[in-house]
Design a protein around this ligand. Structure first.
Ligand code: NAD
Length: 265
C-alpha cells in the first residue's frame, strides 16, 4: 500500500466545489487525507463520481454563517476523529469602484473573503488545540493581498486583511504548533470566479491577454496559472515539509507582484 504525504490526516476545504478549491480537495485526497468540502454551490453532477472515488465528503455550507461553519468542523471531527488541515478558499470577486459599491456588496465580499476565514480558523483551532497535535491552515488570498489593485478596491481590501489575519493568527498559535500561511495567486484560469469576470468584460480575448500580460511568467508561458499549480503550493504548506513555515504569504503569481513588468517586445 502506498502512503501519501497526508495519510491519516483530516482536511476541510471551503469553496471546494470548483476552481482552486476543487483542485486542492482532489490533490489532498490523493495524498491520503480525509477531505471534507464546504460549499454553498456544490456542482454535484461534475464532482459526485470523482469525489466519491476519492472519499471526499461534500458538505453544503454558506461560509458566511458561523453556525454552518461550526457544523462542518463538528461533522468532520466526529467522522474522522480529528482536524489537521483547513484551507480557507471560498471567495468572491468584486470589480466595482467605490461610488458603485453598496453596503450589501461590501458585506458579501468581506463576509466571504475575510469573516468566513476568521471563523473557519476559530473552529479549526478549537479542534487542533483540544487535540494537542497542532495543524496547518492555508488561506487562499490573492495577488491583491500583496499589492492593492485599482480595479477592485473592496476585493483588494478583503485580501489585504486576509494577509493580516494570516500573520496575526500565525503569531498567536505557533505555541499550539498551528501553522497559518497564505497563498497569493495571480490570474488562475478556468475557475468560476475568473470566468464570471471575463464574461462581464466587453472583449473577452483582450481581457485574457491583459491578465496574462500583467504576470511576467504567465506572459512567458503564454497562459494563465492553473488551479492545480495553486493546489501544489497548498499541499506543500500543509505538509510536514513546511513544518517551520508560518505567517508566510506565498506569491504564486508568475512574478506579478514584483513590480511593473517590462513592455512586450
Ligand atoms: P471559484 O468561483 O471557482 O471557486 C470559489 C468557490 O467558493 C465556489 O465553488 C463557490 O461556490 C464557493 N463559495 C463562494 N461563496 C461561498 C459561500 N458564501 N459559502 C460557501 N462557498 C462559497 O473561484 P476560484 O478562482 O477557484 O476562487 C477560489 C479562491 O481563490 C477565492 O478565494 C479567490 O479570491 C482566490 N483567487 C482566485 C484567483 C483567480 O484568478 N481565479 C486569483 C487569486 C485568488
Amino acid at each position: 500500500m502506498t502512503t501519501g504525504r497526508l495519510t491519516g490526516r483530516t482536511a476541510v476545504v471551503t469553496g471546494g466545489a470548483s476552481g482552486i478549491g476543487r483542485a486542492t480537495a482532489i490533490l489532498l485526497a490523493r495524498q491520503g487525507a480525509s477531505v471534507f468540502t464546504a460549499d454553498f454551490s456544490p456542482l454535484r453532477d461534475e464532482n459526485n463520481e470523482l469525489y466519491s472515488q476519492l472519499g471526499i465528503e461534500q458538505l453544503q455550507c454558506d461560509v458566511r454563517v458561523e453556525s454552518q461553519l461550526a457544523g462542518v468542523f463538528d461533522l468532520a471531527a466526529q467522522t474522522s476523529g480529528r482536524i489537521d488541515v483547513l484551507v480557507n478558499n471560498a471567495g468572491i470577486g468584486m470589480v466595482k469602484q467605490i461610488q458603485d459599491v453598496t453596503e450589501a456588496d461590501w458585506d458579501a465580499c468581506l463576509d466571504t473573503n475575510l469573516k468566513a476565514a476568521f471563523f473557519g480558523c476559530k473552529h479549526a483551532i478549537r479542534y487542533m488545540v483540544a487535540d494537542g497535535r497542532g495543524g496547518a491552515i492555508v488561506n487562499v488570498s490573492s495577488n491583491a493581498g500583496l499589492l492593492p489593485r485599482s480595479h477592485d478596491p473592496v476585493y483588494s481590501i478583503s485580501k489585504l486583511a486576509l494577509s493580516g489575519l494570516t500573520k496575526s493568527l500565525a503569531l498567536c498559535h505557533s505555541k499550539d504548533r498551528i501553522r497559518v500561511n497564505a497563498v497569493c495567486p495571480g490570474p488562475v484560469g478556468g475557475t468560476r470566479m475568473i470566468e464570471a469576470e471575463l464574461d462581464a468584460s466587453d472583449d473577452r480575448d483582450l481581457a485574457v491577454q491583459r491578465l496574462i500580460a500583467a504576470s511576467p511568467l504567465a506572459r512567458a508561458f503564454g497562459r494563465m496559472i492553473t488551479p492545480e499549480e495553486i493546489a501544489q503550493a497548498v499541499l506543500y504548506l500543509v505538509s510536514d515539509a513546511a513544518i517551520m513555515l508560518t505567517g508566510t504569504l506565498l506569491a504564486i503569481d508568475g512574478g506579478k507582484s514584483l513590480g511593473v513588468p517590462p513592455q512586450p517586445e
